[in-house]
Design a protein around this ligand. Structure first.
Ligand code: KE4
Length: 411
C-alpha cells in the first residue's frame, strides 16, 4: 500500500510522524489499536456529523445487511434518500447516486460539457474537487492562460482546458468570463472552501460567479461534498441564497459509507443515461447499505435544533481556541462556518490560497503532535477543516480547549 495508506493525507506527511491506526469510534471519540482514545475532529473527513457508530445508524445498516449486501438493482433505500435530498435542496430536482465525491464531480463536469457543447472548465485555486484529471490542473502563468498539469499523468491537453482563478476574486471572474465566457462550459467552486483550510466566500464572490455564468450560458456547479448537510439542511446554497445549476454531494449523505451524488435542474439531469445520451454508470452506485446509513443520518439532522446545536459547539470551540492563543500571545486566525473550522498559524486574514499558504505549517505540525499526545485528534494538515458532530458536547470542547492551551505553550 503506497505510503501505507489508502489516501495520501492519512500518511501524516504534512505533520510528520507515524499515522495512528484507528480500531474503533464511538460518538465524538476514536480509539487507536494501542487503546489510546482521542476526541475526534477529523470525523472521517466530514461524513460523521452525528458521531461515530450512532446506534440508530448502526441498527439500520445492520438490519439492511441482513437483507443482502447489494443487488445492482433499484432499491427502496435509494428512492428514500433521493427524496430527502430533493426535499432539502430546492435547486436539486433530480439526483444520481455515485460512490465518491470524485465520481460525482467528474460526472457533473461531463454533463455540463455535454449540455453546453463547450470545453472549458473554470475552477478556483485552493479548492479541491477530487482527483479527476480535469481537476488536477493548476493556474498557468496568467489568469487567462491555459491550465498546467498538477500531477504527473495528467496530459497537458487535458489541463489546458481548465482555467484556475483566485478564490474570492470577483474581478478575475468578471475578466475571465468577459474574455472567454463563450467557451466556458462550467465554473465549479466549493461555496465555502474546506480544502485550503476553511475559507468562507467573500461578500459578492458567489453572486458574481452566478451572474457571470448565467450571462454567458455557462453552468455553475456547487461542490457541496463537504458543505452539503454540514452548513444547514440546505447546505451552503441555502445559507448564502445562491442557486447553482448542479450540485455535487458526498460524505454526510453516506453517513460514513461510500455514497455521493450529483443533481440539479431537471432539464440537465434528463440528459443523463439511460434517459439521455450522457453516459455514467457504477456497480456500487446507490448501494443499499450506504443509502440506509445516509437516510438515517439525514433524518437525525432534520430533527429540530440539530444545526443550532452544531453552531453552538462550533462557536464554543472557536472562542476557546481564540482565548488560548491570545493568552499565549500566538497569532492564530480561526476561520469558521457552522461546525467546520480551521485555526491557521498566521496573523491573517486568511481569505484565499496565497494567504492560507503563508500559515506556519511547522507550528501547526508541532501543535498537531502536542494535541495528539493530549488525546485530541485534529486533521494532520493545516489545510483541512476540523469538524464537530452532534456527539460532541461541552465536555469535549472544554477538554479540547484545555489541551490546546497546554499544546500552544509548546508550539
Ligand atoms: P472523494 O472522492 O474523496 O469522496 O471526494 C472528493 C472531494 C470532492 N469535493 C470536495 C469539496 C472534497 O473535500 C473532496 C474530498 N475531501 C478530502 C479531504 N478534504 C477527502 C480526504 C482524502 O482525500 O482522503
Amino acid at each position: 500500500m503506497p505510503g501505507g495508506v489508502s489516501s495520501p493525507v492519512r500518511a501524516f506527511r504534512a505533520v510528520g510522524g507515524t499515522p495512528v491506526v484507528i480500531a474503533a469510534g464511538a460518538g465524538a471519540r476514536v480509539t487507536d489499536i494501542d487503546g489510546r482514545e482521542y476526541w475526534d475532529y477529523v470525523q472521517a473527513w466530514g461524513p460523521l456529523i452525528v458521531g461515530h457508530a450512532h446506534p440508530e445508524v448502526v441498527r439500520a445498516v445492520t438490519n439492511a445487511a441482513r437483507q443482502g449486501l447489494g443487488f445492482g438493482a433499484p432499491t427502496p433505500a435509494e428512492v428514500e434518500l433521493a427524496r430527502l435530498i430533493v426535499e432539502a435542496l430546492p435547486s436539486v430536482a433530480r439526483v444520481r447516486f455515485v460512490t465518491s465525491g470524485t465520481e460525482a464531480v467528474m460526472s457533473a463536469l461531463r454533463l455540463a460539457r455535454a449540455v453546453t457543447g463547450r470545453p472549458l472548465i473554470v475552477k478556483f485555486d485552493g479548492c479541491y474537487h477530487g482527483h479527476a484529471d480535469a481537476l488536477l490542473a493548476r493556474a498557468g502563468s496568467g489568469l487567462l492562460t491555459l491550465g498546467l498539469p498538477a500531477s504527473p499523468g495528467v496530459p497537458a491537453e487535458v489541463a489546458a482546458l481548465t482555467v484556475t482563478l483566485p478564490f474570492n476574486d470577483a474581478e478575475s471572474v468578471r475578466a475571465l468570463f468577459e474574455a472567454r465566457g463563450e467557451a466556458a462550459a462550467v465554473a465549479i467552486v466549493e461555496p465555502v472552501a474546506g480544502n485550503m483550510g476553511v475559507v468562507p466566500p467573500a461578500p459578492g464572490f458567489l453572486e458574481e460567479l452566478r451572474e457571470r455564468t448565467s450571462a454567458t450560458a455557462s453552468l455553475l456547479i456547487f461542490d457541496e461534498v463537504i458543505t452539503g448537510f454540514r452548513l444547514g439542511w440546505s447546505g451552503a446554497q441555502g445559507r448564502y441564497g445562491i442557486t447553482p445549476d448542479l450540485t455535487c454531494l458526498g460524505k454526510i449523505i453516506g453517513g460514513g459509507l461510500p455514497a455521493a451524488a450529483y443533481g440539479g435542474r431537471a432539464d440537465l439531469m434528463a440528459q443523463v443515461a439511460p434517459e439521455g445520451p450522457v453516459y455514467q454508470a457504477g456497480t456500487l452506485s446507490g448501494h443499499p447499505l450506504a443509502m440506509r446509513a445516509g437516510a438515517e443520518t439525514l433524518r437525525l439532522l432534520r430533527r429540530p435544533g440539530a444545526y443550532e446545536r452544531l453552531e453552538a459547539l462550533g462557536a464554543a470551540l472557536e472562542a476557546g481556541l481564540r482565548d488560548a492563543a491570545a493568552r499565549r500571545g500566538l497569532p492564530l486566525t480561526i476561520n469558521r462556518v457552522g461546525s467546520m473550522l480551521t485555526p491557521f498559524f498566521s496573523p491573517g486574514p486568511i481569505t484565499d490560497s496565497p494567504s492560507a499558504q503563508r500559515a506556519d505549517t511547522r507550528a501547526y505540525a508541532r501543535f498537531f503532535h502536542e494535541m495528539l499526545a493530549r488525546g485530541v485528534l485534529i486533521p494532520p494538515s493545516q489545510f483541512e477543516a476540523w469538524f464537530l458532530s452532534l456527539a460532541h458536547d461541552e465536555v469535549a470542547v472544554e477538554e479540547t480547549v484545555r489541551a490546546a492551551d497546554a499544546a500552544l505553550a509548546q508550539v
